[in-house]
Write a protein that binds this ligand. Structure first.
Ligand code: PLP
Length: 392
């Protein structure tokens, strides 16, 4: 393989828009560009297209069509769920429970509410990144109004015991929200059988367009609006619909959930080969996240005596796109809050590499990463006083 060929293994950061998704969107950028709120025929076509995309998402999640609300992405959905439920239920209580390893869209929203006087419990996780259902049970008080625990973690891929957490939450009459941005389109997700009251998803994580997403709100959940203005989304989320984006998200979820189990097996096989190859060729490595309860495409490993940002730059010079910590935290020198929460020392957390594999990766690309990474690691270790003591 040519050294400068691009090997994209950062699918947890974002994915390419699927060609069929692009094709589905184009007519709604011109031709059928009407405002779904208008009454002439091109507007009606637009309205129908939004309706079909809603059906696609509802079908994928096992939800009712009128429980799906389109948003501008995962961040907006998370903000809406947390702030909307908190404000609507403030008379019942002022306590929210989440976990220490949530995405900043949840953590920063909770910190914002904390400044307004709400009380937040940040549940710890074990060495694999799992929340203990017993900890949740012990944290719920008669003032708790919302529990929000992510479906799967964006950095280490750990899949949380969401069904059990939701069931404990419901026993106390509290709402359960999950940030399923990394899970939807990658593992089967069913809101009904899991007992989820609110769920956030994002189109660009499953080959849909960026700036698109949705919030599932179970019928009957008390939630305030966060965006005020027009009557769109059945009076709940104001703003002219991102028509082409919504159509694209609908198409993307259909494609992503077709054969999802088989695709998962193929992706997992590539991911596991990567892991074995890395462990066989590089000393002093550690797998982060749960060995089995994890997203099929996620691999997160730490290399002792390495600085993650340098590793990314060197990999980039070989055409390999990867990540250290989450895309949102790279650029800051803070070690990943997720890895620290699993008990990793800061130095080890700094030397972590996240490779996220998807269906558009190939076995040749896996081979290329496996032949390049050991060279990169050994070059960086040679430059570090402690790293010189290990061979690669
Ligand atoms: N939640 C999780 C778990 C994520 O991984 C991300 C994005 O990386 C988000 C929320 C934010 O989603 P968006 O990029 O659509 O705003």
């Amino acid at each position: 393989m040519e050294e400068q060929q691009l090997v994209y293994m950062d699918h947890a950061a974002t994915t390419a828009v699927h060609p069929e998704v692009v094709e589905a969107m184009i007519p709604y950028l011109h031709g059928h560009y009407g405002n779904p709120s208008s009454i002439y025929s091109i507007a009606q076509e637009a309205k129908e297209a939004v309706g079909s995309a809603r059906v696609s998402l509802a079908t994928a999640l096992g939800a009712d069509v009128d429980e799906i609300y389109f948003t501008s992405g995962g961040t907006e959905s998370d903000n809406w769920a947390i702030k909307g439920v908190t404000y609507a239920n403030r008379k019942r209580g002022d306590h929210i429970i989440t976990s220490k390893i949530e995405h900043h869209a949840i953590l920063h929203t909770c910190q914002y509410l904390e400044k307004q006087g709400f009380k937040i419990t940040y549940l710890p996780v074990d060495q694999y990144g799992l929340v203990d259902p017993g900890d949740l049970e012990r944290s719920i008080t008669d003032k708790t109004i919302l529990v929000s625990v992510m479906y799967a973690n964006n950095e280490i891929g750990t899949i949380e015991p969401v069904q059990e957490l939701a069931s404990i939450t419901h026993e106390h009459g509290v709402y359960f929200h999950t940030d399923a941005v990394q899970a939807v389109g990658h593992v089967p997700v069913s809101v009904r059988s899991t007992g989820i009251d609110l769920l956030s998803l994002s189109g660009h994580k499953f080959n849909g367009p960026k700036g698109t997403g949705a919030l599932f709100i179970r019928k009957g959940v008390r939630i305030d609006n966060i965006l005020h203005g027009g009557a769109q989304e059945r009076n709940r989320r104001a703003g002219t619909e991102n028509l082409a984006g919504i159509v694209g998200t609908g198409k993307a979820i259909e494609l992503a959930t077709t054969g999802i189990e088989e695709k998962g097996v193929r992706i997992r096989t590539m991911r596991d080969r990567l892991l074995r190859g890395i462990q066989d060729s590089i000393q002093n490595t550690r797998l982060n996240g749960h060995p089995l309860k994890r997203l099929p495409g996620n691999l997160n490993v730490s290399f002792d005596y390495i600085e993650g940002e340098s590793m990314l730059l060197l990999l980039d010079s070989f055409g390999i796109c990867a990540s250290t910590g989450s895309a949102c935290t790279s650029g800051s020198l803070e070690p990943s809050h997720v890895l620290l929460a699993t008990g990793l020392p800061a130095e080890t957390a700094h030397g972590s590499l996240r490779l996220t594999v998807d269906t558009d990766n190939t076995n040749e690309e896996v081979d290329y990463v496996l032949s390049t990474l050991p060279r990169v690691v050994s070059r960086l270790r040679e430059m570090s006083p402690l790293g010189k003591q290990v061979t690669s």
